[in-house]
Design a protein around this ligand. Structure first.
Ligand code: CA
Length: 233
């Protein structure tokens, strides 16, 4: 999952980036509204954290312009505590959720998880496919109840495929969602990650769709991805 943080305050921007990376996301950053607007249009993010008070172009205008251009990327806005009108304007402009400053980092992380889950149509943080279960919150994968050791990249590949279950995901799309913009991307490495995942998991749940990409298996031994473990709050 790939997130963009648009926040002009350098310390806060760095704290958000660090917390999101610790939670397993790949993170790009922008420090003013113009830069943020451009990146949000150019790259396919799974979520954007957008400050409202930004230099160059304010966050509300950035958001309105994205929505006017048909960009449906999930957006979490950051508002000042005493500016309730910003929350209303932000939600009306097409924000998916908001957090008021100052905030607890855990709250931001929980809201990003909820946004990503909703965008994927999931009711909980746990996605299952046959014997394999992936917990987006804990960053854990189990296979038949046993923990599977995955690298951060392997986890991101599996998590992205599972959240897109039923769809064919191209290597390019996968690459765009598991690396940040500074990474020297090579879509061949995706094949390597998929190969390693197939070796580590007891059941091959990742189908290759020739010439198109990958898809989570829908028919193998009842291996249909779904969610379990409680309803969304
Ligand atoms: Ca600001």
């Amino acid at each position: 999952m790939r997130v963009l943080v648009v926040e002009d305050e350098p310390t806060l921007n760095a704290q958000l980036k660090q917390a999101l990376e610790d939670d397993g996301y790949v993170v790009d950053t922008a420090f003013d509204g113009k830069e943020g607007a451009f990146q949000g249009e150019a790259e396919p993010y799974d979520c954007i954290i957008l400050d409202i008070g930004l230099p160059q172009k304010d966050g509300l205008t950035v958001l309105e312009d994205w929505r006017a251009a048909g960009n449906t990327v999930p957006v979490l806005i950051l508002t000042a505590r005493d500016r309730w009108s910003d929350k209303v304007k932000g939600m009306d402009a097409g924000a998916d959720d908001y957090v008021a400053k100052p905030f607890q980092m855990e709250e931001v992380l929980a809201r990003v998880r909820a946004i990503v889950r909703r965008a994927a149509g999931l009711a909980s943080n746990t996605i299952t496919c046959g014997p394999i279960s992936l917990d987006l919150k804990a960053g854990r994968v189990t296979d038949g109840g046993m923990a599977v050791k995955l690298t951060a990249q392997e986890f991101r590949v599996l998590a992205y495929l599972l959240t897109q279950s039923g769809k064919v995901v191209s290597r390019t799309e996968l690459t765009e969602h598991i690396y940040d913009q500074d990474f020297d991307r090579d879509s061949n490495t995706i094949e390597v990650f998929v190969g390693r995942l197939r070796k580590k998991l007891s059941q091959n749940i990742i189908e290759t769709v020739r010439g198109m990409g990958y898809r989570i298996a829908q028919d193998a031994d009842g291996a249909t991805a779904g969610t379990s473990g409680g309803k969304e709050a």
